[in-house]
Design a binder for this molecule. Structure first.
Ligand code: GLU
Length: 316
């Protein structure tokens, strides 16, 4: 009897020790999977995220998945809530989230957010029916301002605002890029906003069918936007990037790969290296990926870089 009690006691002590060890171990362990928050299926984030996930999974030997989402604002929330470890985000949205300003003023600062690398320019493209001459003609029209949870929508609000147009003046829809193209083809919308790398697959598909143009954000309006929101830069979509679509001056922000402080340093260090090493491979199917370069990777980033990214980019 006494011997049994001793054995049981030893067993229980063993289990408690083991559980304690495992708890400590898990707390410090790197997650066994990485989730990359991207965007809608017809965007660049999604294509880039899937290509990167495939390469990371092979090289790191951990499960890596690309998640579909509404875009930058959704992705910030996925990072914040621990439902993704890495995300594609626009630099403007990322800064507002880090500082708890603009869209994020009710939520407060997100200080665990850090940047891994700036990737490529995301151009604010306003696709409209050929007969629509300019942004001012959008009054009274049916316009998709981007998906719920997108960064596109904030750009739409700010650009329309620069022209004195508010949501009260248009018939607003919230559609992903893919859904915008479908609605445009079916005649359910007259125009849509799309902040994404050029060429954006969804717009290429639409342009091939004809009947679409890009509206310009003229110099004076671009300058006034930049003075109010310094994340914008002036940018031109060259003619012919989309079949039959003329050159259009507009503004752009920048796509950034960000993380939330939940990945171990060693893993982030590997991820940064693999991201740069696989640039040319990804660029074969996605031209935007070719923009990545060490010298320009911190451009437009106004929140801290992850320490491992800082080391990789600046050798410090
Ligand atoms: N920048 C876009 C957004 O956050 C998404 C771009 C993409 O899906 O490629 O709204």
């Amino acid at each position: 009897m006494r011997k049994n009690i001793v054995i049981q006691g030893a067993l229980i002590a063993g289990i408690i020790l083991l559980a304690g060890y495992q708890f400590l171990g898990n707390r410090n362990a790197e997650p066994v999977r990485i989730r990359i928050a991207t965007g809608g299926e017809s965007g660049v984030y999604y294509a880039y995220g899937n290509a990167l996930a495939e390469i990371l999974e092979k090289r790191l030997n951990v499960q890596v998945t690309a998640l579909q989402s509404g875009g930058s604002v959704d992705n910030i929330h996925l990072l914040k809530n621990g439902r993704a470890e890495i995300a594609f985000v626009q630099n403007d949205i990322m800064t507002y989230a880090y500082n708890g300003t603009n869209l994020f003023s009710a939520e407060g600062r997100f200080e665990d957010l850090s940047a891994i690398a700036g990737l490529y320019p995301e151009t604010c493209q306003i696709v409209a029916r050929s007969e629509i001459g300019g942004i001012l003609d959008l009054r009274g029209k049916r316009v998709s301002v981007g998906d719920e949870g997108s960064g596109t929508e904030l750009n739409a609000l700010q650009i329309l605002g620069a022209y004195g147009i508010s949501y009260a003046d248009i018939d607003v829809d919230h559609l992903s890029f893919g859904a915008s193209v479908e609605a445009f083809k079916d005649g359910r919308i007259d125009a849509f906003f799309c902040t994404a790398g050029v060429p954006t697959p969804a717009i290429s598909e639409l342009a091939a069918k004809g009947g679409a143009r890009l509206l310009s954000v003229g110099d004076a309006h671009a300058r006034s936007l930049i003075s109010q929101y310094p994340f914008y830069t002036q940018h031109i979509v060259p003619g012919g990037v989309y079949p039959g679509v003329d050159e259009a001056p507009t503004v752009a922000v920048r796509a950034v790969l960000a993380t939330n402080g939940r990945l171990g340093d060693e893993l982030v260090s590997e991820i940064v290296k693999i991201l740069f090493d696989s640039r040319d491979e990804i660029a074969k199917s996605l031209p935007e990926a070719g923009d990545l370069n060490r010298g320009g990777a911190a451009e437009g980033i106004t929140i801290p870089l992850h320490p491992e990214a800082e080391k990789y980019l600046f050798g410090s």
